[in-house]
Ligand binder design. Structure first.
Ligand code: COA
Length: 294
């Protein structure tokens, strides 16, 4: 689908994406690149980041693949240094690296719980922390007119509770909290905007394959369809560009309204009839009779 944004809204910007070699992260890389940004893709597997960077370059995007694990602080430092060495500065950090698997809480080991917290929550914090000196107003390679942008990919799992996702729900709750704290502190001190995106189930992603292996019944979806990676990338473009210049500390839910959805327990017609009948009974009731007795 064509982007509704102008092709140069990120002209001259430099973006680093953790988990940018596949899935949602890759599609964000493509769209940020197509709108003018140079792209550094970070991931654990060399073949994946190299292939992603080559695919980006084949679309006319300046791109480099960098191997690193967000759980390792040294990797974060090295990848950020390499990004700035390659492109001169850093304007946009997208934390899209995530770990996930379905598991009943009673079968999850503390190390399994910790592993996901380490990737999603601690990894996000580590990348933000090490990126600060580049992203802040007047930071390395940047002028003093404005700071950069951070986008943390979150989820909606923890808004209520989600079966077999205790670890990821806790990890993403922490990510949302990190988003707000950094938006407050770094928005005030360094002119850095920090926001999140909470995708619903997105077609053709590792997340969807792992988490809804039997597929989702789209009939329970308010918009009656699954999301596309493109939907998330458009939200990222909005937040990364000047379109989002007054947005700081929010996590944008991009799920078609799914997390709000509940099965319909009455037909619309039944509701109309019922509410009319109730109103009529209240109107006709003699004064003084409690409504509960009507
Ligand atoms: N069920 C229960 N426990 C599991 C599990 C599963 N399906 N998969 C991993 N674990 C546990 C392991 O048993 C281990 O705990 P233990 O030492 O107590 O046995 C712990 O998690 C670490 O597993 P390990 O395989 O060593 O971690 P890893 O660093 O190689 O992999 C994962 C990290 C587990 C998150 C892996 O799924 C991953 O790399 N995911 C990245 C891609 C991804 O999930 N993307 C989806 C985005 S939505």
């Amino acid at each position: 689908m064509e982007s509704p944004f102008k092709g140069d809204i990120l002209k001259g910007k430099v973006a680093l994406l953790t988990g940018g070699g596949s899935g949602i992260g890759y599609e964000i890389s493509v769209q940020l690149g197509k709108h003018g940004a140079s792209i550094a893709v970070m991931g654990r597997r060399k073949n994946v980041v190299d292939a992603a960077a080559a695919a980006l370059r084949s679309q006319g995007i300046k791109a480099v693949g960098l191997v690193g694990d967000v759980r390792k602080q040294d990797d974060a430092v090295r990848v950020l240094e390499s990004t700035v060495k390659e492109f001169g500065k850093l304007d946009i950090l997208v934390n899209a690296a995530a770990g996930n698997f379905l598991v009943p809480a009673e079968d999850l080991s503390p190390n399994g719980f910790r592993t996901v917290i380490d990737i999603d929550s601690v990894g996000t914090f580590t990348m933000c922390r090490e990126a600060l000196k580049y992203l802040k107003k007047g930071g390395t390679g940047k002028d003093s007119s404005s700071g950069g942008v951070i986008i943390n990919i979150s989820a909606t799992l923890h808004y209520t509770a989600t079966w077999y996702q205790i670890h990821v729900s806790a990890a993403k709750a922490a990510v949302d909290s990190i988003t707000r704290s950094l938006a407050l502190e770094w928005g005030t001190d360094y002119d850095i905007r920090v926001n999140g995106i909470a995708p619903g189930p997105i077609n053709d992603t590792t997340g969807a394959n792992k988490l809804v292996p039997e597929g989702l019944s789209v009939e329970t979806e308010p918009l009656f369809k699954l999301g596309e990676k493109w939907d998330i990338a458009m939200a990222a473009l909005y937040l990364a560009s000047d379109a989002g210049k007054y947005i700081n500390g929010t996590t944008m839910v991009v799920d078609g309204g799914l997390w709000l959805s509940r099965p319909r327990h009455l037909s619309k017609e039944a509701v109309k009839q019922l509410s009319r009948a109730v109103e009529k009974r209240s109107r006709d009731a003699p004064v003084g009779i409690p409504k509960s007795k009507l």
